[in-house]
Design a protein around this ligand. Structure first.
Ligand code: TRP
Length: 335
């Protein structure tokens, strides 16, 4: 009883969503929502695997929801909800903790990166982060998961958990999850360092364009973006050793739905004093209306909470039979 076309994806509601989240994920979610039955989740339970300020977490969960709606996630077509409002995620994650192997988790590169040198001090939540991710997806028997490259390893773990569950209990219960890696997804890098991913945890706000930035801020950040003194090459091959230039070309290409080849042809020989204002105009034309809409939604938090509440209700309804069947398979006594 697998759904053929159901997608699930999640984003952590910590800090502002930024251009990297938009071009790498959210924009693709928007285009998928007509094709697939879609669930989009603000994963606050994943967020607390690293310490969060409680008030800030509440605020950025609401803000994140507003940004998703402003970016074009349509609550008529998709479920938008907050992870902690459906207890099925936590319940299924526990069962999966008893399926996943320590050896599998020890291979997760994101844990190694995030835990850093002081691994003994990382939370056990951070360690089992990918197990909760598997529960997010499989609580709805979602079949397709749109993610960026950096989450591929976690998805493979989710597949291993599903397969291992099925074989341990001799059932064909959980579907095999397929990643949807986008041809068009763009890995957006920091505006200050073309070798680091654009990130909400970067200390400098000038490293990223937030989805809440107004037109002036966007223009200023692009004007101040780090570049090199050379003009743009006629072909992207000429950008190989120029990470900052490559990043700005990639952003331009993504925002205009063109390829880096087309952008290099168009701007062949142009200097950054020509290219940056063009990029700023383009970015503003797409992002500023979204920021305006986010601001409008921010002024109406009850509306946003209502959307999330309805989303969570439907999500609970959807996961309920999956969780009940899973518990029965495991041998838990039904109440
Ligand atoms: N770990 C994902 C990220 O940081 C977010 C996430 C949580 C997710 N649960 C998920 C993504 C389930 C896809 C499916 O980007």
């Amino acid at each position: 009883m697998t759904e053929t076309n159901r997608i699930f994806s999640g984003v952590q509601p910590t800090g502002n969503l930024h251009l990297g989240n938009y071009l790498g994920a959210i924009r693709n979610w928007v285009s998928l929502q007509g094709e697939y039955e879609s669930l989009f989740c603000l994963v606050d339970m994943h967020a607390i695997t690293e310490a969060q300020d409680p008030k800030a977490l509440t605020a950025s969960t609401l803000e994140g929801a507003a940004s998703l709606l402003a970016a074009g996630i349509d609550p008529e077509k998709s479920l938008v909800f907050v992870q902690s409002q459906n207890p099925a995620h936590a319940e299924l994650a526990w069962i999966f903790n008893c399926i996943a192997r320590i050896g599998w988790l020890n291979r997760m590169t994101q844990f190694k990166d995030k835990a850093g040198k002081n691994r003994e001090n990382a939370t056990t939540g951070l360690y089992v982060y990918p197990v909760l991710m598997a529960a997010d997806i499989l609580a709805y028997k979602a079949t397709h998961v749109p993610v960026g490259d950096d989450q591929k390893q976690h998805l493979e773990l989710a597949r291993d958990i599903a397969q291992s569950f099925n074989s341990q209990f001799g059932v064909d219960h959980f579907p095999i999850i397929e990643p949807l890696i986008f041809g068009t997804a763009t890995r957006v890098m920091s505006l200050r360092d073309g070798t680091a991913k654009m990130s909400k945890s970067d200390a400098s706000d000038f490293s990223r364009i937030n989805l809440t930035d107004d037109a002036d801020t966007i223009a200023k950040k692009i004007r101040k973006a780090r570049t090199d003194p050379d003009p743009l090459p006629g072909h992207p091959d000429g950008l190989a050793e120029r990470p900052e230039a490559k990043n700005l070309v990639a952003i331009y290409a993504a925002l205009s739905n063109q390829t880096p080849e087309q952008i290099c042809q168009e701007f062949d020989g142009a200097t950054f004093s020509t290219f940056k204002p063009a990029l700023a105009d383009l970015a503003i034309s797409i992002l500023a209306p979204m920021a305006d809409e986010t601001a409008r939604l921010r002024a109406d938090p009850e509306y946003v909470r209502g959307i999330l509440r309805t989303g969570a209700e439907k999500a609970r309804e959807m996961s309920q039979p999956v969780l009940a069947a899973t518990k029965e398979i495991v041998g838990f006594l039904a109440p």
